[in-house]
Design a protein around this ligand. Structure first.
Ligand code: PLP
Length: 205
């Protein structure tokens, strides 16, 4: 792959990856000067326009955008945002992230700690904080004696039991792939799972 990075230092790293349209757009930004896309400190006309467009498509209540490099960083950011929210609300005990077995949440260490994959955790587990896992509401190769519905209900029970066992005040978040990624090959969890006992059960927490 041809990389055409016209500027690259800690404030700006904008490889246009050999794509003419991206390279031209980036060159125009550089020529205008002062337009940076590093979102932690700066904004650019392009990032504001893109954020507006995304929020317009995202639907009611979703009116801010935070740009990251991909899925792993998106999950890391979501977890950090949840933690920050808990801290500013005075709930410093909340730090555990419950997730499903199997699941995949990314390649970075924070995302790996929430990933439910025994083989991955056998290698990297000692480097991350072990997070609680619950059975995922799969619809593929169900355990014997279950329908998709009864299995979804059993998974919702397991989530509730895990929250109670871990201590609800220590739980920060529950991560679920509504459509499975690399861990479960696009398997969709049954609607019954997300609707499971909204008045009691996991939703209560
Ligand atoms: C459900 C899920 N979350 C996160 C990721 C990580 O995304 P990325 O590879 O863009 O970091 C993946 C990647 O396949 C995924 O399937």
């Amino acid at each position: 792959m041809k990389l055409c990075a016209s500027r690259a230092f800690w404030l700006v790293a904008c490889p246009s990856q050999g794509h003419e349209m991206l390279f031209d757009a980036h060159t125009r930004m550089v020529i205008r000067g002062g337009e940076n896309i590093y979102p932690r400190f700066f904004e650019s006309e392009q990032s504001v326009l893109l954020a507006d467009r995304l929020c317009g498509l995202a639907g009611e209540g979703l009116d801010r955008a935070f740009f990251v490099s991909g899925g792993s960083e998106a999950n890391e950011s979501a977890l950090k945002l949840a933690r920050q929210y808990a801290v500013v609300r005075g709930q410093r005990t909340r730090a555990k992230v419950i997730s499903c077995e199997p699941s995949y949440h990314g390649a970075t260490l924070g995302a790996l700690s929430a990933t439910g994959d025994a083989h991955t955790l056998e290698i990297y587990g000692p480097m991350v904080r072990a997070m609680p896992k619950v059975p995922g509401p799969t619809t593929y190769r169900l355990p014997e004696g279950y329908t998709a519905y009864t299995h979804a209900m059993a998974c919702a029970d397991a989530l509730e039991t895990t929250i109670e066992r871990e201590g609800p005040e220590s739980v920060l978040a529950f991560m679920l792939e509504p459509i499975g990624g690399v861990s479960s090959g696009a398997v969709v969890s049954p609607e019954a799972y997300s609707c499971a006992r909204p008045e009691g059960g996991p939703a209560r927490h």
